[in-house]
Design a protein around this ligand. Structure first.
Ligand SMILES: Cc1cc2nc3c(=O)[nH]c(=O)nc-3n(C[C@H](O)[C@H](O)[C@H](O)COP(=O)(O)OP(=O)(O)OC[C@H]3O[C@@H](n4cnc5c(N)ncnc54)[C@H](O)[C@@H]3O)c2cc1C
Length: 225
């Protein structure tokens, strides 16, 4: 049984397969930027679909926002989420999760792995503390990039996009491998924030450690499928 019930106030696609949800916020709910919740969809078949999703709105805002990548082929939670409408309700449990901002550093994300960082960036930007942080963001194609324009406004030249399935003059092509990291990292003493699918996480952590990083420097959270 979910702890809270929230109501959808707005639901829209912000790119070809990413939904943005704006929902009511339970009174007194507190969380730190980067934390996630479990959202529950009460199905007609009495079964409940559940998924973990990060809050992308700021703790002081009066609503909750989520940015959710939809996987129609999985026929699961995200596929059912896209069918919901304004006024529909969702169950929600209390915020949880390890990912948090510590010091200026390099963020490395892939796909929906950017979502735990969106609230952190909003919070830092609000305090004028975003400058100096950098971002490497991996996606398959330009069309898959979440918040492309906003990231460019926040980071300017400090965001490096890398695409694995599209060659453009605008962004790097390939995967975030050891050579790419060696060329992209200027300061090996800073903090590193990492979020993405398990395979990407394992490969990047291995490369970072081979480049001499201590695991204490890495703040990471896996993203399920
Ligand atoms: C802490 C945390 C925070 C997260 N925050 C976000 C967020 O803010 N935004 C976001 O978009 N995602 C986020 N995720 C990831 C998100 O939880 C999953 O992507 C989502 O729950 C997957 O839902 P689904 O539609 O694939 O269906 P599910 O209901 O998870 O799965 C349905 C079926 O699909 C199958 N399946 C799952 N993965 C695959 C696959 N790769 N290939 C084939 N079949 C598969 C399952 O086995 C299952 O049978 C987060 C994950 C974690 C752990």
């Amino acid at each position: 049984m979910a702890k809270h019930t929230i109501v959808i106030e707005n639901i829209q696609f912000i790119n070809h397969n990413v939904l943005q949800l704006k929902c009511t916020k339970p009174n007194g709910l507190s969380f730190t930027p980067g934390q996630a919740v479990h959202l529950f969809i009460e199905n007609t078949s009495a079964s409940t679909e559940k998924g973990a999703f990060t809050i992308t709105s700021l703790p002081m805002q009066h609503h909750l926002e989520f940015v959710i990548k939809v996987y129609p082929s999985h026929n699961g939670t995200t596929d059912k989420l896209k069918e919901l409408r304004v006024g529909d309700t969702l169950g929600m449990d209390d915020p949880y999760g390890y990912i948090h901002y510590r010091n200026q550093g390099l963020f490395i994300a892939a796909g929906s792995g950017i979502t735990p960082f969106l609230c952190i960036y909003k919070n830092l930007a609000k305090q004028g503390l975003l400058n100096g942080n950098k971002l490497i963001y991996a996606n398959k194609t330009t069309a898959d990039i979440i918040y492309e324009k906003q990231l460019s406004e926040w980071f300017g030249n400090n965001v490096n996009h890398i695409l694995s399935e599209e060659k453009t003059d605008k962004y790097y092509y390939g995967l975030i491998d050891k050579t790419f990291l060696k060329n992209a990292i200027e300061d090996f003493t800073q903090d590193f924030y990492l979020c993405g699918p398990p395979t990407m996480m394992d490969a990047v952590i291995k490369s970072l450690q081979e480049l001499g990083l201590h695991k204490e420097q890495i703040i990471a959270e896996g993203m399920g499928s």
